[in-house]
Design a protein around this ligand. Structure first.
Ligand code: XMP
Length: 505
């Protein structure tokens, strides 16, 4: 596997994803992970990620002692390159021109660029630059503003690149990462078949004869997990679906219908419990934590009800990006604490079983396909665990949830009707606390503003806004204001992620 040491770049996880797309397993560790921790994983190579710091700052993050001396190929990206260059005897300075965005590489050569030809567009995001290198390091590329945009020493297998090969804006970056895998002689055996075998063996070893409770949401992750667990531990599994009152219109019935054939399923009506707990709370992180806490309370009650001696395990479809975004063990900034990770209460009565903790969404979809999950569930847009509570901005009330459910249903139904649903990765409506003046049938209205959002993305870590046809948006807006009287204005969100996120809270 490849170990990626994270120095805080928002793109670090993309590096891991790209390696996995190339069928090489890869994990992210904090930048200062100890030599012992890294050695335990027996990596074939190490990547030093980018990051917001400058290597010459006091307290700049650095790899632990001995890591850069490991007899393995090491690739430094951006901050990682600067750190490696400085460590090997080079100098790094603030550059007069901050390079941000697309650049063209000139004079590229060396092992990392093998098989790459023609114009190479490279995505840059740096304010520092390598000024001098010791003689044993060869410069491998430049740009018009950066004379040393890459280096290598093939004898000691040390490589540096100032640009980001992991982002789509560096189209040949994937080839470059593949070349690094070849240099590392990393096995390329990370495939859905082997993932399933490994997960099943792992689950059986962990769980033994214990009972497992699984939270299903009807989304692809937890449904796939239901299939996987049914295969691994059969009737030791009970799946629980909680109606927290923050679902989409008719969702409870749909999920029940779809999941009933998957095995032992309990549907719990906990609408009052969640809405009461959320009453008066406006702050997004607080709402997420409340929903997470109430979820666990419901499961604890279910577990007590199920078996006198209790249920030891709670299974969750937590994915790698959730783990990373909740800063679960990496240096990445905490953007949002996803309720199924950051919001767990301290007095948890369960041991957590999270078999997908190291998987990306597309990997789960591949697993789902092999396990035979129906297409309708497999290709469903994701829906956040806290549900509509984070789409009703500010305080959540039953009335507001009801308004949003009707708006959302119109939008999603229209997307399907116009054949646009499968072309976007996620679509949602947001009820804002903003009220604005309108006019309807000669009367003044003073009603809510809703926002529609649709995005395209392959990994949900970066996303672009979907270019839905204007005629379509017009129809949807009309239908919403005509049939939801509490709403008199509809806007469409045209921000990408970053700088925005997909959800508004
Ligand atoms: P953001 O808003 O972070 O969303 O760009 C990325 C993806 O994650 C979903 N999301 C969540 N899922 N619990 C979840 O289970 C959460 O708290 C949560 N917040 C966001 C979001 O719908 C999108 O698919």
């Amino acid at each position: 596997m490849i170990v990626i040491l994270d120095f805080g770049s928002q793109f670090t996880r993309l590096i891991a994803r790209r390696f996995r797309e190339l069928h090489a397993f890869s994990v992210i560790l904090p930048g200062n992970a100890s030599l012992e921790e890294i050695n335990k994983l027996e990596p074939h190579g190490i990547v030093l990620s980018g990051g917001p710091s400058s290597v010459y700052d006091a307290g700049a993050p650095r790899p632990a002692d001995g890591v850069l001396e490991m007899p393995l190929p090491i690739l430094g990206i951006c901050y990682g390159m600067n750190y490696l260059a400085q460590h090997l005897g080079g100098t790094v300075e603030a550059s007069p021109v901050r390079e941000y965005g697309k650049s063209i590489l000139t004079n590229y050569s060396g092992q990392l660029f093998e098989g790459i030809a023609g114009e190479v567009v490279a995505w840059m995001s740096h304010g520092d630059t390598v000024k001098n290198l010791p003689a044993e390091l060869t410069v491998t590329c430049a740009t018009s503003d950066t004379p040393i945009a890459g280096f290598e020493d093939y004898k000691t297998e040390r490589y540096g690149i100032q640009f980001h090969p992991e982002v789509v804006h560096t189209p040949q970056g994937i080839k470059l990462l593949e070349n690094f895998l070849s240099i590392c002689q990393a096995p390329r055996d990370w495939r859905a078949e082997t993932i399933i075998e490994d997960l099943i063996a792992d689950i059986r070893a962990k769980v033994g004869a214990d009972r497992v409770l699984l939270a299903v949401s009807g989304g692809v992750d937890s449904s796939t997990l239901a299939l996987l667990l049914a295969k691994a531990i059969g009737d030791q599994l009970t799946a629980v679906f909680v109606d927290h009152g923050l679902l989409r219109l008719n969702e409870r019935d749909e999920v029940e219908k779809a999941l009933r054939p998957l095995g032992d399923l309990r549907v719990v009506d906990a609408r009052d419990q969640f809405l009461e707990a959320l009453a008066g709370v406006a702050e997004p992180e607080a709402k997420r934590k409340i929903v997470g806490r109430e979820f666990i309370r419901v499961f604890e009650a279910q577990a007590r009800d199920l078996a006198a001696d209790g249920v030891k395990w709670l299974a969750q479809g937590t994915l790698y990006p959730d783990v990373i975004e909740s800063a679960g063990g990496t240096g990445a900034a905490n953007i949002k604490s996803h309720h199924n990770v950051g919001g767990l209460p301290d007095d948890l009565e369960f041991k957590l079983l999270e078999p997908f903790r190291l998987l990306f969404k597309d990997e789960v979809r591949e697993v789902a396909k092999l396990l035979g999950l129906p297409e309708a569930i497999r290709m469903r847009h994701p829906f956040p665990g806290p549900g509509l509570s984070i789409r009703v901005l500010g305080e959540v009330t039953p009335e507001k949830v009801d308004i949003l459910q009707r708006v959302d249903a119109i939008f999603i139904q229209a997307l399907r009707e116009y054949g646009l649903y499968d072309g976007v990765s996620q679509a949602l409506a947001v009820l804002t606390p903003v009220q604005s003046v309108g006019v309807m049938g000669d009367f003044r209205t003073y009603s809510y503003l809703v926002a529609l959002r649709a995005v395209t993305t392959s990994d949900f870590m970066t996303a672009d806004w979907a270019r839905l046809p204007l005629e379509f948006l017009e129809v949807v807006a009309q239908r919403i204001v005509n049939s939801v009287p509490e709403v008199n204005r509809v806007v469409y969100d045209i921000t990408s992620k970053p700088p925005a996120t997909i959800e508004w809270e």
